[in-house]
Design a protein. Structure first.
Length: 24
């Protein structure tokens, strides 16, 4: 996902609930 690529730079800022919202 494009969001994941950007989050790779900020893994600490990534949240599991965010991933769920983006996957939909």
């Amino acid at each position: 996902h494009t969001f994941d690529q950007k989050r790779l730079k900020q893994p600490l800022y990534r949240h599991p609930w965010e991933d769920v919202l983006y996957t939909k």
